[in-house]
Ligand binder design. Structure first.
Ligand code: ZN
Length: 286
């Protein structure tokens, strides 16, 4: 018997608020050094490898926050617990600027369906660090390296997570269905085409990292994605990393993309929590 990857029903149609036609969901993954430590734990003593992630605390996040303030955009920052403990001042600045903080694991470990115990530990430690250091209890979760499974989705729901932003199977939000036909979190799907890691990261540890793609190349992909998603009334979800897009040569790509988006007056720019709230109001579970 064929086995569909995701048994959730198709995304429901409903109208976006304020008469808008589509949504831009600006999401930033503040991995810092955790992404490198997870790939190779001994990196802790490799100062240059660690410095890729260290750029976020020294420069990257500050520059991203300046850009968002200039454009008057509120975004969602998905932050691993390790990052919060290592760089409390950087993360406090994100909260102080009024942005939403989402859960992004603890040490950026990709959830493994054969090790629910480890996945659950990452979730618990992430919640604990965000609460202790920032006083924040997130309602959104983006899986580190984008993987998930039913047991974990059920646990996230139990922990108060109202939305996930990791799946790649739609352009509009939908609600996950858990075993036993129980409602899971709302999904705000992502698209690898709008992940800056694909275009702006080169590192020997990461086999997926390639050559740097120039601005015109990246913008042409992002514009096409955004404009067609707009016509279809969907959500364009950004997956940006301050250690990439916070670089001098990369931040202009995001700035010019936001300039392009602002040429349309029918785009609702919203955080994950705001989009989820609209979904919940339009599509209640009971
Ligand atoms: Zn990440």
């Amino acid at each position: 018997m064929p086995h569909p990857a995701n048994p959730a029903p198709l995304s429901p149609e409903f109208l976006w608020p304020h008469g808008k036609k589509c949504v831009l969901f600006p999401g930033f993954d503040v991995d810092a050094e955790s992404v490198w430590l997870n790939m190779e734990p001994e990196s802790i003593n490799k100062l240059v490898t660690m410095s890729y992630g260290g750029y976020e605390a020294r420069v990257g996040v500050r520059k991203i926050l300046e850009l968002l303030a200039r454009y008057e955009v509120r975004a969602t920052f998905f932050i691993p617990g390790w990052t919060v403990e290592a760089h409390p001042a950087m993360c406090e600045a994100i909260v102080k600027a009024g942005h939403e903080v989402g859960h992004h694991g603890y040490l950026h470990k990709r959830p493994d369906p054969t090790r629910f115990d480890l996945a659950r530990e990452e979730i618990d430690k992430g919640f604990e660090a965000l609460k202790r250091v920032l006083g924040v209890t997130p309602v959104g979760y983006r899986a580190p390296s984008g993987e998930n499974f039913h047991e974990l989705l059920a646990y996230l729901t139990e922990c108060g997570i109202r939305y996930s932003s990791s799946f790649r199977d739609d352009i509009r939000p939908y609600r996950h269905v858990l075993p036993g036909n129980k409602p899971g979190p709302v999904e705000l799907p992502v698209n690898f085409a709008m992940d800056d890691w694909s275009y702006g990261m080169t590192h020997r540890l990461d086999p997926g990292a390639g050559t740097l793609h120039p601005k015109e190349h990246v913008l042409s992909i992002w514009r096409d994605e955004f404009e067609q998603t707009r016509e279809w009334g969907g959500v364009s979800t950004l997956v940006m990393h301050p250690q990439i897009t916070g670089r001098p040569g990369r931040i202009r790509i995001l700035a010019e993309f936001l300039d392009h988006v602002r040429r349309f007056d029918d785009v609702w720019i919203a955080t994950g929590e705001e989009i989820t709230r609209i979904y919940e109001e339009n599509c209640p579970t009971t």
